[in-house]
Every structure is written in structure tokens, then in C-alpha cells.
Design a protein around this ligand. Structure first.
Ligand code: GCV
Length: 703
């Protein structure tokens, strides 16, 4: 016992002596710890002996102070900020000015001559701030800066996080604690974390944030709450981040005292115009409104016999005098027992293509259903050609194992962005639709449903920070590869040790496919009602058919999958002929999408040479086994990462493994009586029964 006590003390003394401290994840990818590589440190210090900044723009000042703090941390040298370089060289000059090669937020980093200063220039102060963060990123990754020459423009104009945060501090589908916004303490008390949130976003180029849930309450439009929102806007402003609000469509009734919220009613229009004026008085750079209407019980213009376009255009009219926009969500579907939820958004929005005001952008989820582990791209991207569209990704892991399972999401985002809609022939990718280049729109936007919360490390799972990071980097430049982004994040956040970087990047890169394999392989989906965590393929009772599991997988004695060909729901007709042709034939439909579009017989041979049943089993089993592989990979990086963070991730991987087996067993045991096939060798029949699994699920759902 005595020895154990001594051991503990010794460990603590050593910890203090070597200045090792636990990494609680708070500093994200912005650590700026002293570089171990002395030569690099010196080289950076030589190029950054001072920072020149002139002008009073708060964003420019932020760029200078961020650069100063980062440089001091990385090089160990203090770097003065001065107003004029005079004849001095060997410093960094921040400057705003006209540049034909830059768009508003773009930046250029360049150096004139070997002995000159490094110039970070932007057309706007925001551009300079993004340039400063880009330079720091390069240094954190140990890249040379002495001869840097770089021009970078964002491909998308509005790069936003969407927070599904409620007034009571909870977060819908949030798994990292409570909301970051302390509504009851605002506007008087400003949590320093608001600034840290803003700088993390600015370091990626994110320039806007919708602070409240799309399932909104009118409370956020009251003067009392607008003052609180204004206080947040003030905290974010020096980082170039604008605030947006989700609105509750019937607000003119609930807080305005009107008898209707009909968007064509003059009094309602006036109410919105007045409310918008009040908002801009408090928040002069207010970004605009995000709207979920006539969706999942949220009221909207259809309640008054009006269309989505009528609702959106009314808000656009209210915003007309200001620099704000309307983001109208296309996530709509009705409880139609004979319909196909897949088709709903297209059916409801196509009639209004071209009828939206120029301030409106229609925000479309990446897939037609709801953030499944894998979905084909939404057909709207290839159909609505006369309306600017933005894509909504989900960073929070609603269907991806919450904050327990490791799923690196860049490959999910990229899969959608790189998908070819063929709307204007080959190469008409979703990325080109949403960045405005395909249909020549200047309005372009991208939104990510945030995975942040009050947990000290922001995202619950320490490695889920990579998903916030990846969203931001892709929002800036969707041509970056998932692998490059993963590598950047690992080097800045976890370790610079090359083998460990490689191993962790590899884990991240494989994690999504591993998850899909044990969770929803071959195009299965699971958006049934409930908490969206536990497996429940047997669930067949709900207030509406499209909130049951059997609606989606359609398992029967013949086979599995949803027939969306002309013989079935014909959802495929919503895609361009080239896509329809490829996906409409089970022989050419890519295996990852197979069961999204076809009801496939159990004994059907697939391109892998296995029958459907054998292929499913292979994926369920190898998926669950691969979590073990991730555990082994993680074990090997132990010496290279922080011990506390190591233990945290190791624990989560252990749980993930247990739950992956749970998912595997649930599917296999539930589907086997339909398939009437043995579990193929070398896989072993689950040790528990379907009843055991169901009991476990019931426990998880207990209230
Ligand atoms: C904010 C899914 C989620 C809901 C979410 C909704 C939406 O249905 O489960 O929590 O509500 O999508 O995106 O509006």
C-alpha cells in the first residue's frame, strides 16, 4: 500500500518536473505549443520578428493578436505588433487592399525577395484574419514559410454552423453536454468561451453561426432575447462571424398579437419588416433567418394554403433593406402511407423552382432522408436549377453512434460533394451546384449541424473535433482531400510523430466504412423514431408509417431493401437519366447504395461473388471486428499522444466494440428468419438471442 502511495507521488513529481500536463482537449487544433524542432523554431522566428498592422478594424486587430500569440507559443520569442515597418525587414505585414485575384474573404501570403517582409493581404479584414490562421496552420505543420507564395479564395460564400440549441440549455441531438450559450446569464455575463468558439471557427474560415434550434421558439425574437443574441454577436464580431437566427413561423401570432401568420397578409408582412428592423438596430451585421417550416410538426405557410416560396419571399422582403439572407430548409415530408419519404422534398420544392426571391437560398440535407450513415445525394441537387441551393451536413453524430463511436465524417461530406448529378452533363457535381459555379449563382452556402457543447473538450469524443475541423476546411475548399484534412488535424491536435500521424489518419479514414459495415451496410438505413442510437430493426409501431423501421428496410421472405425503381416508388425518376440508368439496374448500382433502390432476393449473387445474405453477414461481422483493429491501432500510438486523451479514446473504442457487436447481433438475428439461411463460415452465430438484444434495447430506452 505504502509503495503504491509513493508511486503515485513519484508520478506526480515527474509529471510536474517534465512539465507534462494533461490535455483536456480545450485548445482544439490551436495549441501553438513550443516547437520541439529547434531549427524550425529559429527559421520561423527569423521570418516573424515583428507584426505590422495599421488601421482600427477589430478583425485586423484580431489577426495581429492571434498571430502574435501563435508565434510566441510556437517559437518561444515575443513578437511586437507595430504600426509601421519603416525600413525593417524580417517581419509580417497585415494589409487590406484591392486585389483582382481575391474574392471578399480570400487572402494572399507572399514575400518580396529573400530579405523582405511576409505580406498577408486580403480584400477585406476577414481575408487577412483567414490568412493569419493559414500561416499559423503551416507552422503548426512544420511547413516552410520563408518562401511562401499562396493565394486562397473560399469557394463558398456563406460558411455556417447550425446549432440545434434550445433556450433551456439543451441541444437537440447534441452529445457533448449542454449548450455553449448561457441564455440566462446573457447579455450581462459574457462567457470567455464565446470568444474561444469564435476563434476556432475563424481559424477554419467559418463566417456565420445560427445560434438556435431549427425547431425554434418565438422567444428568440422577443426584445429580451434579441439583446442576448446581440451580446453573442458582439463577442463573435472581432472574429468575422455573423449571427443568424432560426425563426418560428407563427411568431407574429405568438408574440405579435396578430390573429394570423399568413405570409400574404399585409399586417404579417409589416410585423416581419418591423421585427427585422428591430434586429438590425441591435445587430447591424445580422446574417439572416433559417427556417424549418411545415416539417415534422413545425408550422409554416402551408397552414394558410400558401407555399414555401410565399413564406420565404415574405422574409426576404423584410430583409430587403439589409445585407441578410433567408435559408429555407427543404427537409419536409408528410405522413403518407402510400408515399415514399425519399421523394418528398423534390415533390414539394420542384414546383417552386425559380419562384424564390434572390435573397433566398434553399438548404437541402445531403441525402433525401435524414443524415443516414450513407445516403445517395438528394435528387434536388440535380433538379432545382433555377434556385441557389446550399447543402446541410450533420456534424453531430445523431446516427453515427453519438459521442461514443469514432466516425470521421470528411468522407461522408466528400461523397456527397463529389457525386455527379449530370444535370448539365458529366462533371455536374453537387459541389459545383452549391458553390454556385454550375448555374452561375453568386449566392452560395454550406451548413453543418454543430457537434459542440459545454464538455471541456467541446465535442465529447476527443477525435470528433476532427469532424468540426473537416467541415470548416471543406466549407472553405471542397477540393481538399479527406486524408489531407485528417493529417492536418492530427498534426495540430494530437501528435507530430510521423508514424503516429500515419496510424491515426488511417484509423480516421477507415472509421466511416467500418461503422457503415456493422450498422447499415449495402444501403440499409435506420431513420426510425426514437433516440437514434440503439438497433431496432423490428420496430413496427409508430404514429406514422415512415417512423417505423420496417418502412425502410422492407425485409420479407423474398429479400431486403426498398424498391425505388419504376416497379416500386419510382424515386429514381427524380434523378438525371445517367444516374437513373446506373442506379436503376441492380447489376450496375454501386453496392453501397444497393438496398436504397432495390428489393434484392436473399440468394441473389452480388458482384462480390457472395449472395446478399452472405455479403450482409460478412459486413456485419467484419465491421464489428474492425473496431478491434482500431483499438489495436490506437494502442500503438500510446507513447505519442497525451495520456489522459489516450485513455479517454481507448475507453470509447472499447464501448464502440461492444456496441458494434450489439448492432451486428440485432441485424443478423432479426433478418435470419426472413432469409432462412445459415450464418456463413467462418462467422459464429451470436451467443445471445434476439430477445436478449431486444431487452438490452428496452433498457436503453427506459425513462
Ligand atoms: C432539429 C431529424 C432529427 C430532428 C431534427 C430534424 C431536422 O428528424 O431527428 O431532431 O430536428 O431532423 O433536421 O429538422
Amino acid at each position: 500500500m505504502k509503495y503504491i502511495q509513493w508511486g503515485k507521488w513519484l508520478f506526480l513529481i515527474l509529471l510536474t518536473a517534465t512539465n507534462v500536463r494533461a490535455d483536456d482537449g480545450y485548445r482544439l487544433w490551436l495549441k501553438y505549443d513550443l516547437l520541439k524542432d529547434v531549427a524550425k523554431r529559429q527559421a520561423y522566428a527569423r521570418s516573424a520578428q515583428f507584426i505590422v498592422v495599421s488601421g482600427n478594424s477589430p478583425v485586423l486587430k484580431t489577426a495581429a493578436t492571434e498571430l502574435q500569440a501563435g508565434l510566441q507559443g510556437l517559437t518561444g520569442k515575443s513578437v511586437p505588433i507595430i504600426a509601421n515597418a519603416g525600413n525593417r525587414t524580417g517581419g509580417i505585414v497585415l494589409t487590406v487592399g484591392a486585389d483582382a485575384n481575391l474574392v471578399d474573404d480570400g487572402y494572399r501570403i507572399s514575400k518580396k525577395g529573400a530579405a523582405g517582409n511576409l505580406i498577408i493581404s486580403g480584400k477585406t479584414a476577414n481575408g487577412v484574419l483567414y490568412g493569419a490562421f493559414a500561416l499559423l496552420r503551416k507552422m503548426q505543420m512544420l511547413e516552410p514559410i520563408e518562401t511562401l507564395s499562396l493565394t486562397s479564395n473560399p469557394r463558398i460564400r456563406y460558411r455556417l454552423l447550425n446549432h440545434w440549441d434550445n433556450a433551456n440549455g439543451t441541444i437537440e441531438r447534441g452529445y457533448a453536454g449542454e449548450s455553449l450559450w448561457k441564455w440566462y446569464a446573457l447579455p450581462e455575463t459574457i462567457d470567455p468561451r464565446y470568444q474561444d468558439y469564435a476563434r476556432a471557427n475563424a481559424s477554419l474560415g467559418i463566417n456565420g453561426t445560427v445560434v438556435n434550434n431549427v425547431n425554434a421558439t418565438a422567444r428568440f425574437l422577443t426584445n429580451e432575447y434579441l439583446e442576448k443574441v446581440a451580446a453573442l454577436a458582439k463577442a463573435f464580431r472581432p472574429y468575422g462571424i455573423r449571427v443568424y437566427l432560426s425563426i418560428y413561423f407563427p411568431a407574429p401570432k405568438t408574440i405579435g398579437g396578430l390573429s394570423t401568420a399568413d405570409p400574404l397578409d399585409p399586417q404579417v408582412r409589416k410585423w416581419w419588416a418591423d421585427k427585422t428592423k428591430e434586429i438590425y438596430k441591435l445587430i447591424p451585421d445580422f446574417g439572416g433567418f433559417l427556417v424549418k417550416a411545415n416539417s415534422e410538426g413545425e408550422p409554416g405557410p402551408q397552414d394558410y394554403g400558401r407555399s414555401h416560396a410565399d413564406g420565404a419571399n415574405m422574409l426576404a422582403e423584410a430583409l430587403a433593406p439589409y445585407d441578410g439572407i433567408v435559408m429555407w430548409r427543404a427537409f419536409v415530408y408528410k405522413a403518407d402511407p402510400n408515399g415514399d419519404r425519399f421523394k418528398a422534398a423534390h415533390e414539394e420544392f420542384m414546383p417552386y423552382d425559380g419562384k424564390f426571391d434572390k435573397k433566398v437560398i434553399v438548404q437541402v440535407k445531403n441525402g433525401p432522408i435524414d443524415f443516414q450513415p450513407r445516403e445517395p445525394f438528394s435528387p434536388l441537387f440535380g433538379a432545382m436549377t433555377k434556385t441557389p441551393l446550399s447543402v446541410e451536413f450533420q456534424i453531430t453524430q445523431e446516427y453515427l453512434g453519438f459521442a461514443t463511436h469514432l466516425v470521421y465524417e470528411a468522407p461522408i461530406f466528400k461523397e456527397c460533394l463529389e457525386a455527379d448529378t449530370y444535370v448539365k452533363g458529366k462533371g455536374s457535381t453537387v459541389a459545383k451546384v452549391i458553390d454556385g459555379s454550375l448555374h452561375q449563382y453568386s449566392m452560395s452556402a454550406i451548413a453543418g449541424v454543430a457537434n459542440t457543447g459545454s464538455d471541456r473538450n467541446w465535442t465529447g469524443h476527443p477525435l470528433a473535433q476532427a469532424n468540426w475541423y473537416a467541415f470548416g476546411r471543406l466549407a472553405w475548399d471542397h477540393t481538399l482531400t479527406s486524408e489531407a484534412i485528417a493529417g492536418e488535424w492530427v498534426k495540430q491536435t494530437l501528435t507530430k510523430e510521423p508514424q503516429a500521424v500515419e496510424r491515426i489518419t488511417d484509423m480516421l479514414m477507415r472509421s466511416r466504412e467500418i461503422y457503415v459495415n456493422y450498422n447499415t451496410p449495402l444501403g440499409l438505413s435506420r431513420p426510425w423514431t426514437g433516440v437514434h442510437f440503439a438497433p431496432e430493426p423490428w420496430q413496427n409501431k409508430s404514429s406514422r408509417p415512415d417512423w417505423t423501421a420496417i418502412y425502410y428496410h422492407r425485409a420479407d421472405s423474398v429479400g431486403l431493401g426498398f424498391d425505388r425503381t419504376a416497379k416500386g416508388s419510382n424515386a429514381l425518376a427524380q434523378y438525371a437519366p445517367e444516374v437513373r440508368k446506373m442506379w436503376g439496374n441492380p447489376a450496375t448500382c454501386p453496392l453501397p447504395y444497393l438496398l436504397w433502390f432495390h428489393h434484392v432476393p436473399w440468394t441473389q449473387k452480388l458482384s462480390t461473388g457472395r449472395t446478399l445474405w452472405d455479403e450482409l453477414c460478412t459486413r456485419f461481422y467484419t465491421g464489428a471486428d474492425s473496431v478491434k483493429w482500431m483499438q489495436q491501432q490506437w494502442a500503438q500510438v500510446k507513447p505519442a499522444v497525451d495520456p489522459v486523451l489516450f485513455a479517454d479514446v481507448a475507453g470509447r473504442l472499447e464501448t464502440q466494440h461492444k456496441e458494434a457487436i450489439w448492432w451486428r447481433d440485432a441485424w443478423v438475428l432479426y433478418l435470419q428468419p426472413f432469409a432462412r439461411q445459415p450464418i456463413p463460415a467462418p462467422f459464429k452465430k451470436p451467443e445471445r438471442s434476439l430477445e436478449d438484444v431486444k431487452r438490452l434495447v428496452d433498457i436503453y430506452q427506459l425513462r
